[in-house]
Design a binder for this molecule. Structure first.
Ligand code: ZN
Length: 468
């Protein structure tokens, strides 16, 4: 073949994928215009999605998952849980005054008779109490917002969150749910401090690490194809938060095969945890440690401020939420240099009233002015939602193009903290999954294809999306 022809063929071959992508862009616009809500929901379920980078372990478990694991003798490793169904005002009471507060058997057995009478085993709940108990593990009622979440939901979980065997079981279930929705990667915020054994003794951290390591190596976990990494999160407003931060650096440094970074969480309207309080500690840690990545909650506020700027100064390359970044134009301009990503959490921000009207969320402004973003779930157990719901909210409120969706999926992997060779493999797999998706739905017959997709309709979707 003459050289010129070979060159021309090469050029044509290079252009082909571009032409295909452009044509799917048009198909996607057509689908958005004509699909029913149910069809669009199925499409969002089937969509390849990259990774979830902002997810709190424990708060991402659905109530029904807690129930199925905690009540199954094959999966609960012999533990039993009790929930508080009434308040007797016992004089010796020490736990928070909350209904549906959770204890494990060893703690329950030590209670006085008055306090014991407040609790029932999860296995003994009446059908009506069971419904109320499941609802207590979700923000599913009008008026349940920020205070319900921080002051009731998070505290009432109690010892349900302290059993490492149950946590590991639910983690594998979550991996299956993520995989079914086309995700390949999960970076979840996980600490090993709070776990205890069945007698209530604190678990040595290495014992908890081993339980999670074993769970990740289970055949059914491996079969999901998911890669999972952990972020160690400290509570920012704790009096000894600086000390905890130093310990976190040390822990991540010695567990780099599983833990890849550090985060700080906790209500930012509690000023005790302001970002610059930690500047000296981060600088001190950087004198010793290299390559400990930082993703830090910043700007999860409904008042203006420089939380995101100050958090970038701490060294973060990912910002959790960044809702009030929109009020700080200089930092917005700075973030257009593409070195840091904002982890967007649409459903969380709506339910916790940071952006009660989701159409006013700054996400499209960030996305369309060149600030890297990706969609995340935050606490999907509390929201009773999953990752596909986040995409449904984003597409239906902000008219996302196909190119924007793929860019966000790619960025959710590019800005992840996973080791570089694995990141490159995940990016390759993501591109292949996107190509398969385009081929599947781009042949003019997408309605029929969607009939075979069976999405799990979350409680959040059923309450908010107006599906049939
Ligand atoms: Zn968060």
């Amino acid at each position: 073949m003459p050289k010129l022809c070979r060159k021309l063929l090469c050029c044509l071959a290079a252009l082909l994928p571009l032409a295909f992508a452009q044509s799917f862009d048009a198909t996607f616009e057509q689908i958005k215009k004509t699909a029913t809500k149910d069809q669009l929901y199925s499409l969002m379920w089937d969509l390849p999605k990259g990774g979830d980078l902002h997810n709190h372990f424990g708060l991402s478990n659905w109530a029904e998952q807690w129930e199925s694991v905690a009540l199954d003798p094959k999966r609960n490793h012999g533990n039993e849980f009790f929930t508080r169904v009434k308040l007797n005002n016992c004089p010796d009471s020490t736990e928070p005054l909350l209904r549906f507060y959770h204890l494990q058997r060893s703690t329950y057995n030590k209670l006085s008779e008055c306090r014991k009478a407040e609790y029932l085993s999860l296995a003994a709940l009446s059908p009506q109490l069971r419904v109320e108990w499941l609802s207590s593990l979700k923000l599913d009622k009008p008026g349940e917002g920020r205070n319900e979440f921080f002051e009731v939901y998070v505290r009432a979980a109690g010892e349900l969150l302290k059993d490492p065997w149950i946590a590991a079981e639910v983690m594998v279930e979550n991996m299956k749910r993520y995989s079914a929705q086309g995700l390949r990667y999960l970076e979840t915020q996980m600490s090993v401090v709070p776990y205890q054994d069945h007698d209530g003794n604190p678990m040595p951290p290495e014992a908890s690490v081993q339980i999670f390591r074993d769970a990740l190596n289970r055949p059914d976990a491996k079969a999901t194809g998911m890669t999972v990494r952990f972020i160690l999160t400290i509570i920012r407003f704790a009096p000894n938060a600086e000390e905890n931060l130093e310990r976190a650096f040390q822990f991540v440094d010695t567990h780099r095969d599983m833990w890849v970074g550090i985060n700080m969480a906790g209500r930012e309207d509690n000023d005790k945890g302001y970002a610059l309080r930690f500047l000296e500690t981060y600088r001190k840690m950087r004198r010793t440690y290299s390559g400990v990545h930082l993703s830090i909650h910043a700007g999860e506020k409904d008042s203006p401020g420089h939380e995101v700027r100050n958090t970038l100064l701490l060294g973060a390359t990912r910002i959790g939420h960044g809702v009030n970044l929109i009020t700080d134009p200089d930092t917005m301009l700075l973030m257009r240099n593409q070195r840091a990503l904002v982890e967007i959490n649409l459903i969380s921000n709506r339910l916790l009233e940071y952006t009660p009207d989701i159409t006013k969320h700054p996400f499209p402004e960030y996305l369309r002015t060149g600030i890297p973003v990706c969609l995340n779930t935050d606490d999907p157990g509390a929201w009773d939602s999953h990752m596909s719901d986040e995409y449904f909210v984003a597409v239906t409120n902000f008219n996302l193009t196909w190119g924007e969706i793929v860019q966000m999926g790619r960025d959710s992997l590019r800005y992840s903290f996973v080791e570089e060779p694995i990141k490159q493999r995940l990016l390759k797999e993501y591109s292949a999954a996107v190509a398969r998706f385009e081929a599947k739905y781009g042949d003019g017959n997408w309605q029929d294809k969607l009939k075979t997709v069976k999405p799990v309709r979350s409680g959040y979707a059923q309450r908010n999306f107006g599906l049939q």
